[in-house]
Design a binder for this molecule. Structure first.
Ligand code: MG
Length: 390
């Protein structure tokens, strides 16, 4: 364990950020931002600086599943359950950390600030070399006025600063302060540190480090998130499998009863094979056979979801997102339409993306060729991914 850990506070219900039609009822830290949940953006920013095993999250008990899927594949410690107020969640988070490890320093950060930069994180860590409490702060560029009996008077902004997170602390003193003042209420952890007599310093914050609170914050955030992944790539995939004796086939992750089976080394799911190749193609990462050689006995009868999950992980490892996938299944039989929704759900689940980003279509070849003669079936796929600027 490194000397510095991060505590990401994600235990709010985020009601103010709920805009009609945009994932209503979902707490803001789990909402989609350019293909990834807000919490994933935030955790990834800190993991890049401190290592995933040093990133602790504090969540609501009813959000375990949301959190699990939001940060799937990041090797973070199990989330800690928070409390009613933010202040309680931070205290319970610090207690949870203290039960597992004994870090020297902690960066406490709001999950709803997903655009925190490496530079801000570094400035707070540097600040902790000379103080026990550090906050990123920003001057106020707008002219401030106070409404007074119907008239507006100008308020000097010279001595006013906005405070952001991450707020950095020496670990033991801030835990002790949270314990001692649990009965009082504070705006943020810096205010609590001041009450406890810790020396506080400010470092430069960043305008981009916005806190997502209102629906208009989310509009701005969507634009920022999209502009952070400007490198749009497309890949294609194609696959064929021959019908063989059997009573079912696997297609796009769904088992479908049929008069025949499909011949293949793995489960012969041509839909998932074509899609896996499309994603690998989009990132220039070879093809399915180079990652999972058909000569390797390990993959005999393997579930093809393993291959697709692997391709999706490679995209995530590059800091990218899968923006859209489209699969066309070419066969006379079995009929695809009755299974289409289940296929979309399954593919979305494997890729860890929204179902609206997954398309599955079917066609026949009008009785022509090998699919027309019902000797086998084919699948083709397109995947569009977005990567950070290279
Ligand atoms: Mg295949």
């Amino acid at each position: 364990m490194s000397g510095t850990i991060a505590l990401i506070v994600a235990a709010g219900s985020g009601e103010r950020a709920v805009a009609p039609g945009s994932q209503p009822g979902l707490p803001k830290q789990y909402k989609d931002l350019s293909g990834l949940p807000v919490l994933r953006h935030t955790v990834r920013a800190f993991a890049a600086e401190l290592g995933a095993d040093s990133i602790f999250t504090v969540i609501r008990s009813q959000d375990r599943e949301l959190c699990r899927s939001a940060i799937a594949g990041l090797a973070t410690p199990d989330p800690i359950i928070g409390g009613a107020r933010r202040q309680d969640s931070v205290r319970l988070g610090l207690e949870g950390v203290a039960r597992q490890t004994s870090p020297a320093k902690v960066l406490i950060h709001d999950a709803a600030r997903p655009f925190v930069s490496a530079a801000v994180i570094s400035r707070v860590i540097d600040g902790l070399k000379s103080a026990d409490a550090v906050a990123p702060m920003l001057p106020i560029p707008d002219t401030l006025r106070r409404k007074d009996a119907g008239a507006f008077s100008i308020v000097s902004r010279d001595e006013l600063y906005r405070t952001q997170t991450p707020q950095g602390f020496a670990f033991d003193p801030i835990l002790e302060a949270h314990r001692r003042y649990a009965g009082e209420s504070f705006t943020d952890d810096i205010a609590l540190a001041e009450r406890a007599g810790l020396r506080v310093i400010g470092v430069a914050g960043e305008e981009m480090n916005i806190k997502l609170t209102t629906p208009s914050d989310f509009e701005l955030a969507q634009r920022l998130a999209v502009s952070a992944l400007p490198d749009v790539r497309t890949g294609t995939g194609f696959d064929v499998h021959r019908f063989a004796q059997g009573s079912y086939v696997w297609l796009c992750g769904i088992r479908i009863p049929h008069d025949f089976g499909l011949d293949g080394h793995s489960d012969a799911d041509a839909g998932l094979h074509a899609l896996t190749d499309a994603i690998l193609g989009a990132i220039g990462a070879g093809d399915i056979g180079s990652h999972f050689p058909p000569t390797d006995e390990k993959w005999r009868g393997a579930e093809s979801s393993i291959f697709l999950d692997h391709a999706a992980r490679l995209v995530r490892d590059l800091g990218g997102v899968i923006a859209h996938t489209d699969v066309t299944l070419v066969c006379e039989r079995p009929r695809i339409a009755p299974h289409r929704d289940a296929m979309r759900r399954r593919v979305a689940e494997i890729l860890a993306i929204g179902i609206e980003r997954v398309s599955i279509k079917a066609t026949t070849t009008e009785g022509l060729g090998f699919t027309g003669r019902r000797e086998g079936l084919a699948a083709q796929a397109v995947a569009t991914i977005r990567l950070p600027a290279s």
